[in-house]
Design a protein around this ligand. Structure first.
Ligand code: SF4
Length: 462
């Protein structure tokens, strides 16, 4: 394979969760340190990386489709380097598929060794064979001081914990991302202080299971303590954290969100099902009653809280009555948003085996999903309508993707607000009045002056 020279162009496809988006920023940091430059399109790149997600089959099919599409491009430009990384790389079936169907792919590397990217590229340059570098021990160490090309000048992702030990029976993550490994608080706080100095205003603390933070450190320091320490960092205005597990979401953590005004009042708590038998089969470690009690305690401590969730419809063996328990729970909680999915079997997980004997047809599952969405959208719209006339602080993110004539902003509770376009408002905090509510977004107008601007140049930095 050809060794890429400085000035070579790279393109990274990113699928899946924020952990993957953060990994892409780190890989882009490595590549720019090596002198490579970002390309606008994969066809124009010398190096194309697929940072993949294994949570759902549809995302995997998309990756295979895109890899197939690049075959013709590579036939015309044989020096092009194609690599696959992320969660799919950890699955043996993926490597097998590439060997059989995609000999134009040059390298595969796992989620635990993105810090070895320069070395993996160098090794691939010395051979015409597929280079596979997947860390089978599932990662024992946390590697610090990685370069990063952050993709947003205002908001930054900060990893605080890697992996997951929960082994939900439908999920592949514990097998692809390894056991829970927390970063040391001093490393996290140093990174956030540096981000504040560079002008970042919002940080999101990331983990597959963010409220498990600290349990493996054995010091008693946890996410609540970390939020209290991040609160003290000047320059950071908003703090978020993703994704939480309703199990082990402690009262101490709820109280920390209530006590620290930089911590946004948004709780993303994937419930997955409203039925206790299904929750047990999913190995979720809480009951519907536990979940409702958690919601009650959150709303008691943080009255403005928005609560969002993930729900799986058609888990193997789910009956119509059990699905109706989910509908009832959705109605009872009144979620501000819900990400709803039909169960997708992941090879190697217990639920994928049960799915082979599932008597419920895909048509029925689709019909359940429609009913769930219909209910959720109606409730969501009602919750948004209550906000018309209210004033709230937003961070203006930039032109709306769907309507560039308007600006898209986000509230502390993670709602999108569309505003009339104004020059120089992107990247700034301001107060808005909500003028109209829709299911997925609000409309508003700015009231008062925006907070002073602090510009951040996009750069490669540690
Ligand atoms: S908590 Fe469950 S669903 Fe979430 S990453 Fe871990 S195993 Fe997967």
């Amino acid at each position: 394979m050809t060794r890429l020279a400085p000035g070579a162009k790279y393109f990274i496809y990113t699928y899946g969760c924020q952990m993957n988006e953060r990994d892409t920023e780190i890989m882009a940091g490595f590549l720019e340190e090596m002198g490579y430059e970002a390309a606008e399109r994969p066809e124009a790149a010398d190096l194309v990386l697929f940072n993949t997600c294994a949570i759902r089959e549809t995302a995997e099919q998309h990756v295979f489709g895109e890899i197939g599409r690049l075959k013709a491009v590579k036939a015309e430009r044989p020096e092009m380097v194609i690599g696959l990384c992320g969660c799919m790389a950890q699955e043996p079936e993926t490597v097998e598929w590439i060997r059989r169907h995609a000999p134009h792919v040059n390298l595969v590397f796992g989620t635990h060794n993105i810090h070895e990217l320069p070395d993996i590229l160098a090794r691939a340059a010395d051979t015409d064979q597929l280079v596979v570098d997947v860390w089978k021990s599932a990662g024992e160490e946390v590697v610090e001081n990685l370069p990063s090309r952050r993709l947003d000048g205002v908001k930054a992702w900060v990893n605080i914990i890697y992996g997951c030990d929960k082994y939900c029976t439908y999920c592949i993550v514990p097998y692809t991302r390894g056991r829970e490994r927390s970063r040391r608080p001093e490393d996290i706080l140093r990174e956030i202080r540096a981000l504040a100095l560079q002008g970042y205003k919002e940080v999101t603390l990331l983990g597959q299971n963010v409220n498990a933070y600290g349990r493996d450190l054995g010091t008693g320091y946890d996410l609540a303590d970390l939020l209290a320490d991040v609160q003290k960092i000047d320059g950071i205005r908003w703090v978020r954290y993703l994704t939480s597990h309703p199990w082990q979401f402690t009262q101490k953590l709820i109280d920390a969100v209530a006590a620290n005004d930089k911590v946004c009042e948004h709780f993303h708590l994937p419930v997955q099902s409203g039925n206790n038998r299904i929750l047990r089969k999913m190995n979720r470690h809480y009951t519907r009653e536990d979940y409702l009690d958690l919601v009650r305690r959150i709303r008691e401590a943080v009255p403005e809280a928005s609560i969002t969730t993930d729900i799986i419809v058609g888990f193997p063996g789910e009956t119509e009555e059990e699905f109706q328990d989910t509908l009832r729970l959705v109605e009872e909680v009144g979620f501000d948003n819900a990400f709803t999915f039909i169960y997708s079997p992941r090879p190697g997980t217990p639920a994928a085996v049960w799915n082979r004997r599932d008597p419920t047809s895909m048509e029925e599952k689709k019909e359940r999903l429609l009913r769930l969405n219909e209910l959720q959208y109606a409730l969501q719209r009602k919750r948004n309508e209550r906000l018309v006339g209210r004033r709230m602080e937003v961070l203006v993110e930039g032109p709306s993707k769907k309507n560039p004539a308007r600006l898209s902003a986000r509230t502390r509770t993670n709602r999108i607000v569309l505003l009339p376009h104004e020059e120089g408002l992107a990247g700034r905090f301001c107060e808005v009045e909500i003028t109209r509510a829709h299911t997925w977004y609000l409309e508003g107008r700015r009231v008062g002056e925006p907070l002073p601007e602090r510009r951040v140049p996009l750069a490669v930095h540690s």
